[in-house]
Design a protein. Structure first.
Length: 373
């Protein structure tokens, strides 16, 4: 059953600036769905409309079957965690967590019980009397999470909750958020610009660009089967090529890009001569293998050894640059810097799609784009 329904939702500012454009998305009960995209894509505006902080210009928002468009935030039974924690500095941890309960007239023994339960849930038992100035960034974020959960909301909204934390703490807190979300089976919307966060924490990811939803689905599906060049480049590292579909033969097609010829598994119904984008993940360039489905030979132009991974770039004999990765370099063959090296690419690893105007913007005047992050 869909707990959250966004039906043709549009948000305009000043009547001219479209922040969210005709968004259609359903989020099932108990799901964690991430809204992922670059700054300005509309993900936070979408979350603010769900919370009731922004009015919907057009369309309908439903939560648990009830239309939310004209309902004020305090009547939506939503918990929200902000990027900057929004913890009251002059209140103790207990007082911060109790804030939403007081607004709902939950007092006495029931209030104390819920506060204790929420602090235990986020791993802050015994911290109730401390002041925010005595807490670390990770602890402050957990206080904000406890405050959102203590009111027992039907929906939890998380607005870039990890962006102010250091890298190691981000991993720790996101694991804790996911564990709590699964334990409580609470429907959650998680806003982030960080693809690793979205991939690791979500049941489904909704990728947004310039106010529009461009693709949504399970994280692995979006990574393996991107709908556009933008999605391919935004989700993980990849080499993007501008090319052409030359011919088809059964379940295989032949693609060309800057003098490079590639066999690929057929995707969709494109005719020979169609302009396409091509995505090849760096780990799919196989070094030191005997089979040659799609051989690529060239000079190793860049190489870095990262312990568990060797990462580099090869300039092929046509002048095209492609990224490669070799796992476990201590026990696997790795090409030397500035050497001539040969790689193979399986047809199953060559992903492509029809090139449209939006994809052309990614390439501009280039035939190759290395999406490193």
């Amino acid at each position: 059953m869909a707990m959250i329904e966004l039906e043709s939702v549009t948000k305009k500012f000043g009547g001219t600036v479209t922040a969210v454009d005709n968004l259609n998305l359903e989020i099932n009960e108990g799901e964690l769905v991430s809204l992922l995209g670059p700054s300005g894509c509309g993900k936070t505006t979408t979350l603010r409309m769900l919370a009731g902080f922004e009015k919907v210009t057009a369309g309908t928002i439903r939560i648990n079957g009830q239309v939310m468009n004209d309902l004020p935030p305090q009547k939506r039974n939503i918990g929200i965690v902000f990027q900057d924690y929004a913890v009251f500095p002059t209140m103790s941890v207990n007082e911060n967590v109790a804030y939403g309960l007081k607004l709902r007239n939950v007092t006495g023994a029931e209030q104390k019980k819920r506060i204790a339960e929420s602090l235990e849930l986020v791993g802050l038992t015994g911290f109730g009397q401390r002041m925010p100035g005595q807490l670390s960034g990770g602890q402050l974020q957990r206080v904000a999470l406890a405050r959102a959960l203590v009111i027992r909301p039907q929906v939890l909204l998380l607005d870039e909750p990890l962006s102010n934390l250091d890298a190691a703490l981000r991993v720790s807190i996101r694991k804790q958020i996911r564990k709590i979300q699964q334990e409580l089976k609470i429907t959650t919307v998680f806003v982030t610009h960080d693809q690793e966060e979205a991939m690791s924490i979500s049941d489904r990811v909704a990728v947004m660009k310039t106010a529009k939803l461009v693709q949504h689905g399970p994280p692995v599906s979006i990574y393996d089967d991107p709908a556009t060049a933008f999605v391919a480049g935004f989700i993980g590292k990849t080499t993007l090529l501008r090319g052409k579909l030359e011919s088809g033969n059964g379940d295989l097609v032949k693609l060309s890009a800057g003098g490079l010829s590639l066999n690929a598994r057929k995707r969709g119904e494109l005719s020979p001569g169609a302009e396409v984008w091509i995505s090849i993940r760096p780990q799919d360039l196989q070094y030191g293998v005997s089979f040659k489905d799609n051989p690529v030979t060239g000079k190793v132009d860049y190489l870095e050894l990262l312990g568990s991974l060797a990462r580099g770039e090869i300039i092929d004999n046509n002048g095209l640059g492609l990224m490669f990765e070799v796992a476990n370099p201590a026990r696997s063959p790795v090409p030397e810097l500035s050497s001539q090296a040969s790689f193979n690419i399986s047809p199953d690893a060559v992903v492509y799609g029809q090139l449209d105007a939006a994809d052309s913007e990614i390439f501009k005047d280039e035939d190759v784009v290395l999406a490193r992050e």
